[in-house]
Write a protein that binds this ligand. Structure first.
Ligand SMILES: Cc1ncc(COP(=O)(O)O)c(C=O)c1O
Length: 386
C-alpha cells in the first residue's frame, strides 16, 4: 500500500459487520472469566485489553496506524508529544549519558532537557546540526542524539540521513521529532533513525482539538517506552486516540495542501512590504534548499517563517488587521495561524540567545493551513499593506 492508502486504512482490519468508523471504547477495565486467559493477556502472549492505563482498543489502532505510516515495528500513543518524547528518551538512554541535541529545539524539549534530564545527571551538548563535522565530534561517546526534521521557527532542514549514518557508526541511538513533517512527507526510520516521535497535537490530529503524542520504533525500544509510559500513567485516553485516528485518515491530503499553500505564500511574501526575509526550506536561496529537496521531495508541509521590519509593533499592526489568519501558539491545524516566537516558543531565551538562533523581534512563525492559497496570500497582503 502507498502512503495515501495507508493513512486511510492503517491500524485496523475490517470484517463482515465491522463498524466502518471505529467504536469508541471508554472502558477503564475489561472482565475475564478465566484466570489463565487474563494471565496470558497481561503477559502480552494473547491479544486483548485488561486495564485502560496499559492498553485500549482505540489507542492500539492509533499506535498501529502511525507505526505503519512510519515503517516501524511498534508504536506508543501518549497524552501529549512531550510524554512520548520523555518515555522514548528514557527508553533509548535509561542512564545518565551525553545527549547531543540540535540547538534549535522546540522550547518545551529544551526545558525538559535542562530542567529534568540535566539535574538527573545527563549532559546536554547542543550543536548546530548543519555543521556535520561538529555533529560527528559531538557524537563520539554520546548516549543519545536528538533532532527535529524541520526546525522551529526558521524551518531549517538538517541532513538527518547523514546524522543517522554517523550515529549508527558510533552506536548512538538517534531519536527524531518528526512533528513538522509528518510521516507523509518524511520517514526518518527509512533514513536510518532509531526511533521517531510526534506531537500528534499538530498535523496528525490536524484540527486543533487534540493534545496527544506518538512514538514509533523497534518493538524493543517502544516496548521499553511503553513500560515507562504505563508506569508513569501518560498513556493516551480513548477518545483522544479516536480523534487522532480520525485526523490521520486525512493526513495525506492535508499535508499536500499545506505544502502547496506554504510555498505559494512564501513566494508571494517575498514581495510584500516590510518583509525583510522569508524562511521556507524550498525557497531558492534557502540554506536548506538542497537537503530539503532531497529528503522531502514532495513538500515540507505548512511551516514557514518571516522577519518583519519594525519588530513587535509591526507584528501587532499586522495581527490587528488580519481577517482570516489567527494568532495561536500551536500549529498543524487546518487553519492558518501565526505565532510570535519572542513571547511563545522562545520566550525563555534571552534576546542574545534568540539573536544567535536568528530569531529577531520581527520573526513570525506561520502554520499555513488548508484554506484557498489566494485567500491566505490576500490576507497577508492587506495586513502588511502600507
Ligand atoms: C516540534 C514539537 N515537538 C514536540 C512538541 C510537544 O508536543 P505537545 O504539546 O503535544 O506535548 C511540540 C509542541 O509544540 C512541537 O512543536
Amino acid at each position: 500500500m502507498k502512503q495515501p492508502s495507508r493513512a486511510v486504512h492503517a491500524g485496523r482490519e475490517l470484517g463482515a459487520r465491522s463498524p466502518l468508523a471505529p467504536d469508541l471504547s471508554p472502558a477503564a477495565v475489561h472482565v475475564y472469566t478465566d484466570l489463565d486467559d487474563y494471565d496470558a493477556v497481561a503477559k502480552g502472549e494473547r491479544p486483548g485489553h485488561y486495564y485502560g492505563r496499559n492498553s485500549n482498543s482505540n489507542r492500539e489502532m492509533l499506535e498501529r496506524a502511525v507505526a505503519d505510516l512510519e515503517g516501524a515495528e511498534a508504536g506508543l500513543a501518549t497524552g501529549s508529544g512531550m510524554a512520548a518524547l520523555h518515555a522514548t528518551m528514557l527508553a533509548l538512554a535509561p542512564r545518565p549519558a551525553t545527549i547531543v541535541a540540535t540547538r534549535e529545539l522546540y522550547g518545551g524539549t529544551m526545558a525538559l532537557l535542562k530542567q529534568d534530564f540535566e539535574p538527573a545527571g545527563y549532559e546536554i551538548h547542543f550543536v548546530d546540526l548543519s555543521d556535520l563535522d561538529a555533529v560527528k565530534r559531538a557524537l563520539d561517546g554520546a548516549g543519545l542524539a536528538l533532532a527535529e526534521t524541520i526546525t522551529n521557527p526558521l524551518c531549517r532542514v538538517p541532513d538527518i540521513e547523514s546524522i543517522a549514518t554517523m550515529a549508527r557508526e558510533r552506536g548512538v541511538p538517534f531519536l527524531v521529532d518528526n512533528t513538522f513533517a509528518s510521516p507523509i512527507l518524511c520517514r526518518p526510520l527509512d533514513l536510518g533513525a532509531t526511533a521517531v516521535m510526534h506531537s500528534a497535537t499538530k498535523y496528525i490530529g490536524g484540527h486543533s482539538d487534540l493534545v496527544a503524542g506518538v512514538a514509533v520504533g523497534s518493538a524493543a525500544a517502544i516496548g521499553s517506552a511503553r513500560a515507562r509510559s504505563v508506569r508513569t500513567g501518560t498513556t493516551l485516553a480513548p477518545f483522544d486516540a479516536w480523534l487522532g485516528l480520525r485526523g490521520l485518515r486525512t493526513l495525506d491530503v492535508r499535508m499536500r495542501r499545506h505544502s502547496d499553500n506554504s510555498i505559494a505564500l512564501a513566494r508571494a511574501m517575498q514581495h510584500m512590504p516590510g518583509v525583510a526575509r522569508v524562511h521556507h526550506p524550498l525557497l531558492e536561496g534557502s540554506p536548506s534548499f538542497a537537503v530539503a529537496s532531497r529528503l522531502m521531495p514532495e513538500g515540507v508541509g505548512g511551516m514557514m517563517a518571516f522577519d518583519l521590519e519594525g519588530g513587535r509593533a509591526a507584528v501587532q499592526r499586522m495581527l490587528s488587521r488580519f481577517e482570516l489568519v489567527a494568532f495561536a501558539a500551536s500549529l498543524g491545524g487546518v487553519e492558518t495561524t501565526i505565532s510570535y516566537p519572542e513571547i511563545t516558543s522562545h520566550r525563555s531565551l534571552t534576546p542574545q540567545e534568540r539573536a544567535e538562533l536568528g530569531v529577531t523581534p520581527g520573526t513570525v512563525r506561520l502554520s499555513v493551513g488548508i484554506e484557498d492559497a489566494g485567500d491566505i496570500i490576500d490576507d497577508f497582503a492587506q495586513a502588511l499593506a502600507v
